[in-house]
Design a binder for this molecule. Structure first.
Ligand code: ARG
Length: 414
């Protein structure tokens, strides 16, 4: 017996799966369903989603353009930390989930719904991210995850359910299971089907927003990104909103084949999975941000950030955006960005984004200190001698002990 619910807010894409979920919720819980569709810059027309929801009997259809908030309040704060999961993944899907779930919660509160529902499967990370966010923002709201509850076990049963309920089935959805694709302003991720064997090379047709670096222009292109307190604010001298800036960076990156990643990652729920990611603008932004930090951050501050970054990335990947520990780390990261202001020039060329120039009004870089020529005298070469002597003291002591016992370094049995 399903629990009794009076109103459910569904995260609705307008696609086949969530349309079936919509119908199933109405039938199973016999209550009103409100749909929420977010424009995250996935590059799809969203008005068809409204028509489809209305056709399926939804009276309250919400479609919200959240692109600016997505980049300003989620993507940019994450980029202040140079965040990468397992050394490579820019977290394009992970960072969008808390935003979607936040909207589901606020709509639920507004319309007096007692539950939210999502279309994430029972095997992935996304279910965890949606639900942990709801738990953190409103513990009174219930969660319905149809993929974990219903009897539908196969693609064929899903199509059959759609047919029996007059849900239109796009032609290309009738055959085998489609790729699992998730797209937004930051990235496109593709999983499943031919990608499930990590020993097989991903076919070229799965790429959607980047050209093959081999087909990218033979001439490099240089762009200049302006930063203020760690966030990108301009491109080639023109001030742009966060979403407009990332949109443009995506165009540059896509054209030059930048930001493709073929990755086997460790999901929070336990298994390894193989996915292909395209993050053109984000890849440029990461390089540029590291470029501006290289002249504006103190060494120890920079290294401390780098130490906590994997931990911060794991929190976002695992769905703990709204958690006390993520907010504590964010405070540290945000503080580090106080002087991260200036301009970085990046050269885009056949899949690479290389920093070629950087400048800042708050630069810590001192040509006088580092020069191979005669400096003004603030650095005394003799200081280096004592510095090295004291650092070498314990190494000499260690080496002497080892040679007394006839050994070198850690060698035990050789
Ligand atoms: N594996 C990636 C992540 O966990 C991407 C998930 C994409 N979601 C999807 N429905 N295809 O962040």
């Amino acid at each position: 017996m399903p629990k009794k619910l009076k109103k459910i807010v569904l995260s609705y894409s307008g696609g086949l799966d969530t349309s079936i979920i919509l119908k199933w919720l109405q039938e199973t819980y016999k209550c009103e369903v409100v749909t929420f569709t977010a424009d995250l810059g996935q590059g799809e027309e969203l008005e068809p989603a409204r028509k489809k929801a209305e056709m399926l009997g939804v009276r309250d259809v919400r479609i919200v353009d959240v692109r600016e908030a997505f980049v300003r309040d989620f993507v940019f704060p994450m980029f202040r930390a140079n965040t990468l999961y397992e050394g490579q993944y820019l977290l394009g899907s992970s960072i969008a989930r808390p935003l979607i779930a936040k909207h589901l919660v606020s709509i639920a509160q507004e319309v007096g719904a007692d539950a939210i529902a999502h279309g994430a499967t029972g095997k992935g990370n996304d279910q965890v991210r949606f639900e942990l966010t709801v738990n953190a923002l409103d513990p009174s709201i219930e969660i319905v995850a149809p993929w974990r509850e219903w009897a539908i076990q196969s693609r064929a049963q899903l199509i059959d359910y759609a047919e029996r309920h007059q849900i239109p089935i796009p032609k290309d959805k009738r055959g085998e299971a489609p790729f699992s694709i998730d797209a937004n302003l930051l990235h496109t991720s593709t999983e499943g089907k031919v990608l499930e064997d990590p020993a097989d090379i991903a076919p070229d047709y799965i790429y959607q927003r980047t050209v093959d670096p081999m087909d990218a222009p033979d001439l490099p292109e240089a762009i200049t990104i302006g930063f203020e307190m760690g966030d990108a604010v301009s491109l080639n001298g023109e001030r742009l909103s966060p979403a407009a800036l990332l949109t443009l960076l995506n165009e540059f990156g896509g054209r030059h084949g930048i930001g493709r990643l073929d990755l086997v990652e460790n999901r929070f729920v336990g298994m390894k999975s193989r996915g292909v990611y395209e993050t053109p603008g984000g890849t440029i932004l990461l390089a540029a941000h590291r470029g501006i930090e290289s002249i504006t951050l103190d060494r120890a501050a920079a290294h401390l950030k780098d130490e906590i970054m994997p931990r911060y990335a794991e929190l976002i990947y695992n769905g703990f955006w709204y958690s006390p520990e993520r907010e504590m780390l964010q405070a540290l990261i945000d503080m580090s960005q106080t002087y991260v202001t200036g301009e970085v020039t990046v050269r885009l060329y056949k899949g690479s984004a290389s920093v070629i120039a950087r400048n800042s009004p708050h630069s810590l870089y001192s040509a006088d200190l580092v020069t191979f020529e005669e400096g003004s005298g603030s650095y005394d070469h003799h200081d280096a001698e004592g510095f090295i002597k004291l650092n070498g003291l314990r190494l000499k002591n260690w080496a002497a002990r080892n040679s007394k016992s006839g050994q070198q370094g850690w060698a035990q049995n050789s």
